[in-house]
Design a protein around this ligand. Structure first.
Ligand code: ARG
Length: 408
């Protein structure tokens, strides 16, 4: 009788290679690996595929997901100015639902009973993978080997790998950090960073230059948007994945895009995280500046509140959920007139918006100017304030600080 099958999210690193062996030996399953390229600093995807095949997997599918990730996920993240707790632009939270979707597709293709991932039991990513899988196919069962096995730390995994003929990458015990990266940036945690008082060491940063080592003259860049989507950089039309790559370089070379923060994980603990998100922060900064002139004021205020709900839903693994779908529909509606150009100035680790223009700009020079020929009727403001403060004045007389009630 043929064995049951499991589709594993495989990165080619030590964790997921050990997962392959463990699923074969401990669970008696045939393994199919899926290795998604979402723009991580992946070297040697072919070698990783070969490594999986050498471990005896049924198949190892290496999928180039960069454009799907950009067009389906980053576009929505930009529309929602995605910032969990107002500070983290959600890079890992954006890639997991796409990888989960591919696991489900490949599971259907192979008639697999299970999908598996290499996430630990105390992070957000396990929840994101599993919530997405359940939303896409509630019948599929999930196995999380790292949560189940008794390999407590990296040296335990290395020992298991040696004992089971799993090739161990050189320096597997040396890497001081846990890294997750994709087009949208790079997350750095663990090691020296686990003490939130420790300043990150220089070796934590890869995509961004130390601001002290950046050019002594500013760099100006223009980003063009159409209906909320970035379409060109410095006049050059590009697809979104190329725009993100171009901006990662421009911003990173100017030392912009480093974050060092403590965030609240879904599982209830606070976690110190460093991120390099040069392109992401640049695009969100520019996009917000364009919205400032293109989105009507009341709508903008409501959007800013709902952006937090969007980011929290995505952070918490609710990419495929009715709440997130409805929020996306709201966000999409707000983007219809977000078309125009934003001019940015990078200098020594900073990025400032220094210009914005749009054919749909609601900024009215005649109303805003302090020149004599302004179209704003200042005399009308007296009546406006009279009515606007009516409720406040009534309160002040009856209950306010100088009222009889307050004196009593
Ligand atoms: N804390 C971030 C998040 O939950 C990043 C997680 C990154 N994962 C990693 N293995 N370093 O989205």
């Amino acid at each position: 009788m043929s064995k049951e099958k499991v589709v594993l999210a495989y990165s080619g690193g030590l964790d997921t290679s050990v997962c392959v062996k463990w699923l074969q030996d401990e669970k008696n399953l045939d393994v199919v690996c899926v290795c998604g390229n979402v723009g991580q600093e992946e070297i040697g995807l072919d070698a990783k595929k070969q490594k999986a095949l050498d471990l005896g997997v049924l198949d190892c599918q290496v999928l180039d997901l960069r454009d799907e990730f950009s067009d389906e996920f980053l576009t929505k993240a930009i529309a929602a100015n995605s910032m969990y707790e107002n500070k983290y632009p959600l890079l890992s939270a954006l890639s997991r639902p796409l990888l989960a979707k591919k696991l489900v597709e490949v599971a259907h293709e192979f008639g697999a009973t299970y999908v598996a991932h290499g996430c630990t039991g105390k992070g957000n990513d396990q929840v994101r993978f599993e919530a997405a899988v359940k939303a896409l196919d509630p019948e599929l069962k999930v196995i999380a080997p790292v949560r189940e096995w008794d390999l407590k730390c990296r040296p335990d995994e290395v020992a298991y790998a040696h004992a089971h003929n799993v090739p161990v990458p050189e320096g597997a015990n040396d890497n001081p950090y846990s890294i997750d990266d994709n087009l949208w940036g790079r997350a750095i945690e663990c090691g020296h960073l686990e003490d939130p008082w420790n300043e990150p060491l220089d070796d934590a940063w890869v995509m961004t230059k130390n601001p002290e080592d950046t050019p002594d003259a500013p760099t100006y860049t223009e980003i063009e948007f159409e209906a909320g989507k970035p379409v060109a950089v410095d006049g050059k039309k590009m697809k979104l994945s190329e725009i993100v790559i171009a901006l990662n370089k421009i911003s990173g070379d100017n030392g912009f895009g480093r974050l060092d923060l403590v965030e609240d994980r879904l599982v209830g603990l606070k976690s110190r995280e460093c991120y390099e998100v040069p392109g992401a922060l640049t695009l969100i900064t520019a996009h917000k500046a364009l919205e400032d002139i293109c989105v009507e004021g009341d709508l903008l205020k409501t959007k800013i509140k709902l952006e937090q709900d969007w980011a929290t839903a995505v952070y918490n693994g609710q990419w495929y959920s009715p709440l997130k779908n409805a929020l996306d529909a709201f966000m999409a509606d707000t983007q219809k007139f977000v078309t125009g150009t934003v001019r940015l100035k990078f200098f020594k680790g900073n990025c400032h918006v220094v210009g914005r223009k749009s054919p749909f700009s609601l900024y009215d020079y005649g109303l805003a100017t302090y020149d004599r020929d302004t179209t704003f009727d200042e005399k009308a403001s007296a009546g406006f304030i009279e009515i606007d403060t009516l409720s406040l004045k009534t309160w002040a007389k009856v209950q306010g600080p100088s009222s009889a009630a307050a004196q009593a």
